[in-house]
Design a binder for this molecule. Structure first.
Ligand SMILES: Nc1ncnc2c1ncn2[C@@H]1O[C@H](COP(=O)(O)OP(=O)(O)OP(=O)(O)O)[C@@H](O)[C@H]1O
Ligand SMILES: [Mg+2]
Length: 250
């Protein structure tokens, strides 16, 4: 398997604040990589850099062997990187179906669409794939939070991404919702998507991934299996604090 994403010495300063500092890592095709770190560690900033929402202060990002630094977010989407947001961003006054249909009208989605498949049909199929059948006609503003998380995912999948960036997919979900969303993410991985998943719910994350990167004050302080992580003194100190909770991997 080749490398799909390579990040080298990626750095982002906001004035004097080093939100991401000298972060390097690579993602292999088909891998699901976890990213953890305390609040403010730089996780979302990293996604914003990867997706062109922010320009790095320095460093390199290459996707499928080509630099994507300096490209606009829509150019990066067209190359096959999709994301979901930590804070869901649906069009509240549109229905679930319409929300997904808009993503189906993006350039990449149209290029990738099966010949003659109409947008509504494709949007409905995507909603079904994320478990939202029967809710096509509901307005986004009326959907519960758990459904909005699924809707986000359907919108990201509309562009048929090769690399999917998930920013806290389980945030705000109850136990039941979390354990029903998790197999869906697992399925996307099994279907061959490369995935990077930021998550604070460590127990759920560790079930999904074989490798986790830990960020702390913008720096990568660990990179390894969930098991290695749970024994890494730096991670335990930095992420959880003395006497904090244990890193549950079971
Ligand atoms: N646009 C911005 N302008 C200035 N500072 C920013 C900006 N975006 C993020 N920051 C700062 O950069 C640091 C990293 O923020 P970031 O949102 O990446 O953290 P995070 O790891 O995603 O945290 P959380 O777990 O709370 O989501 C924080 O100190 C934050 O306040
Ligand atoms: Mg964040």
């Amino acid at each position: 398997m080749g490398v799909i994403l390579e990040v080298q010495e990626l750095t982002k300063y906001f004035g004097g604040l080093g939100a991401v500092r000298n972060v390097s890592f690579a993602v292999t095709e088909g891998e699901m990589l976890g990213i953890i770190g305390p609040n403010g560690a730089g996780k979302t900033t990293l996604f914003n850099l990867l997706t062109g929402f922010l320009k790095p202060t320095r460093g390199r990002i290459s996707f499928k062997g080509e630099s994507i630094v300096g490209l606009k977010p829509y150019d990066i989407v067209n190359r096959g990187i999709a994301r979901t947001f930590q804070i869901v961003r649906p069009f509240h006054q549109l229905t679930a179906l319409e929300n997904v249909a808009i993503s189906c009208l993006s350039k990449r989605a149209i290029d990738k669409a099966i010949r003659d498949q109409d947008v509504e049909e494709k949007a409905a199929a995507l909603l079904e794939s994320v478990g939202l059948s029967g809710k096509e006609g509901m307005f986004a503003k009326d959907l519960p939070h758990g459904d909005l998380k699924r809707l986000e995912l359907a919108r990201a999948l509309a562009i048929e991404p090769e690399l999917l960036l998930l920013d806290e997919p389980f945030a705000g979900l109850g136990l039941m919702e979390t354990s029903s969303l998790s197999p869906l993410i697992q399925k996307l991985s099994q279907e061959g998507h490369s995935i990077i998943i930021i998550e604070h719910k460590l127990r759920e994350l560790m079930k999904l991934v074989k490798r986790v990167i830990t960020l702390h004050f913008g720096e990568k302080i660990a990179d390894g299996t969930p098991d290695e992580l749970s024994r890494n003194e730096n991670v335990i100190q930095a992420y959880l604090g003395k006497g904090g909770m244990t890193l549950a991997t079971g």
